[in-house]
Design a protein around this ligand. Structure first.
Ligand SMILES: Cc1ncc(COP(=O)(O)O)c(C=O)c1O
Length: 404
C-alpha cells in the first residue's frame, strides 16, 4: 500500500469520527434456523450426551476431510491432549513445536509431563521451519506438533519426512485450517493425527468442541477411550448390548462432546464450503488492497496450498511507523475495528519463562513477526462493506503514523 501525504483525516483516537459506529469483531459465529432446529430436536430427544449425533458428526467430519476416523472432543485443547496421549508422550520425552501459536498447542505436551522444544518459523508463512525442526531433533523426540497458522497449511511433506526419520508422530494442529488444502489434499487426512477446534470464531462451531482425525485405527481407538475416562465401552454401547460391564483400561478424562453440540456441528458442517468461499473472497478483497511493497504487508500464500483463512494477519513495518504496532493497534480499535494479535510467542509467557527457563531472543523470526502482527477482522458473516471499512481504517491509521 502506498500512502500519499494528502490532508489527513483526524483519527478517532485523537477525537475524530471513527470509521464505524459500532465495533466490528475480529471473528464471530454465524448460526441459522437449521442450526437452532437441530439443537432443539436433540433437546427433545432421549440423548443429550454421547447419543447418535456423536457418531453422525464424526462420520460426516471424517468424510469431509478425507480421513478414515474422526474422534470428537469437548474442545480443541482436549483434542490436543488426546493427540499428545496417543503419541505416547511422557516424562523424559520431547515434542517439537512452534512458538507462534495459541498456548494450548504447547500446553498439551506439558499435560503429559513431556518437554516442549520450540523451533523457529519460516518468515513467509510463520509456520514451523523444517530446517529448524531438524536442528532440534534428539533421541528423545517423540512428536512434532505443527500448526497451520492462520489457516495456511504447514510444510507437511517435509515435516512428515522428518518425523518418520526420527520415529516420531506428526501431530497437526489444524485448529485454524478446517477446509484448507495442501498439495491437492485436504487437511485432516495428511498427518498422523490432525486436531481441529469448533470455538465460535472457527469455520464451524459447536460452542466449545474439537476433533481429532487419523487414518490409523489403533490411534482412533486410543483417542476414543482417552476422551471417555479410559473406559472400553461407552454408555450407549452398553445400553444397546444390554450389558452393564465395562473396564477402565487407561487413565483418561471426561472430554466427551455432547449430542447437543454434535447436532449443531452436523448442521454447521453443511455450510463449510460456503463459509470457506466467503472467507476466501474477503481475503482476496484485503489482499488486493494491501498488495505490493509498502508499510502494510499482506500474508503470503505458497503456491502449493489453498488456505482456510481463519485469520487475516497483516504485518506492519514497526520501524517505519511512529509508535509501532501497538499504536496502530490502539488507533484501529478506536476506529471500531476489532483487531487482535496472534500470538504472543508461547515461550515468552510468564509460565514458560518461569517454569521452563525460556528467554526472549531465541526464536528471532517468530519474535520479530510478533512485533509486527495485527489480525484484521475475518469471519464468514462479514459483508463487503465491513471489509471496506477495515481497509479504510487501516489506510487512515497507517498513513497517519507513517514516519516517512
Ligand atoms: C492454534 C490453536 N490451537 C488450539 C486451540 C484450542 O482450541 P479450543 O479453544 O477449542 O480449545 C486454538 C484455539 O483458538 C488455536 O487457535
Amino acid at each position: 500500500m502506498s500512502i500519499s501525504p494528502a490532508k489527513l483525516e483526524p483519527l478517532a483516537i485523537d477525537g475524530g469520527t471513527p470509521v464505524r459506529e459500532k465495533l466490528l469483531p475480529y471473528g464471530r459465529q454465524s448460526l441459522d434456523d437449521n442450526d437452532i432446529q437441530a439443537v432443539v430436536d436433540v433437546l427433545k430427544s432421549d440423548w443429550l450426551t454421547t447419543g447418535p449425533k456423536v457418531g453422525e458428526f464424526e462420520e460426516a467430519f471424517a468424510a469431509r476431510v478425507n480421513a478414515k476416523y474422526a474422534v470428537s472432543f469437548s474442545s480443541g485443547t482436549a483434542a490436543l491432549h488426546g493427540a499428545a496421549f496417543a503419541a505416547q508422550l511422557g516424562p523424559g520425552d520431547e515434542a517439537i513445536t512452534t512458538p507462534l501459536t495459541f498456548c494450548a498447542t504447547a500446553n498439551c505436551i506439558l499435560y503429559q509431563r513431556a518437554t516442549p522444544v520450540f523451533a523457529d518459523v519460516c518468515d513467509d508463512t510463520l509456520n514451523l521451519d523444517p530446517q529448524e525442526v531438524r536442528s532440534k531433533l534428539s533421541s528423545r523426540t517423540k512428536a512434532i506438533i505443527a500448526v497451520d497458522y492462520a489457516g495456511h497449511p504447514a510444510a507437511l511433506d517435509e515435516l512428515r519426512q522428518i518425523a518418520e526419520s526420527a520415529g516420531a508422530l506428526l501431530i497437526e494442529d489444524a485448529c485454524h485450517a478446517l477446509g484448507a488444502e495442501y498439495r491437492g489434499q485436504r487437511v485432516g487426512g495428511i498427518s498422523d493425527v490432525t486436531v481441529f477446534s469448533f470455538h465460535p470464531v472457527k469455520h464451524v462451531t459447536t460452542g466449545e468442541g474439537g476433533m481429532v482425525t487419523t487414518n490409523n485405527a489403533k490411534l482412533a481407538e486410543t483417542l476414543r477411550r482417552f476422551r471417555n475416562h479410559g473406559i472400553s465401552r461407552d454408555a450407549r454401547q452398553r445400553q444397546q448390548s444390554g450389558q452393564w460391564f465395562y473396564e477402565m483400561v487407561l487413565l483418561g478424562f471426561n472430554y466427551r462432546l455432547t449430542d447437543i453440540a454434535c447436532a449443531l456441528g452436523i448442521s454447521q458442517l453443511e455450510r463449510l464450503d460456503e463459509n470457506l468461499a466467503r472467507r476466501r473472497q474477503i481475503a482476496d478483497h484485503y489482499s488486493s488492497a494491501f498488495r505490493g511493497e509498502g508499510d502494510v504487508i499482506a500474508p503470503s500464500v505458497r503456491a502449493d496450498v489453498n488456505p482456510a483463512w481463519h485469520l487475516y494477519p497483516i504485518r506492519v513495518e514497526s520501524a517505519k511507523l511512529c509508535g509501532g504496532r501497538t499504536q496502530i493497534f490502539r488507533a484501529l480499535r478506536a476506529e471500531n475495528i476489532g483487531v487482535n494479535v496472534h500470538y504472543i510467542p508461547v515461550h515468552l509467557h510468564p509460565y514458560y519463562r518461569d517454569c521452563l527457563g525460556y528467554r526472549g531472543g531465541e526464536f528471532p523470526v517468530a519474535e520479530r513477526a510478533y512485533e509486527q502482527l495485527i489480525s484484521l477482522p475475518m469471519f464468514h458473516g462479514m459483508s463487503n462493506a465491513d471489509a471496506e471499512d477495515v481497509i479504510k481504517a487501516v489506510n487512515k491509521v497507517v498513513s497517519h503514523y507513517y514516519a516517512g
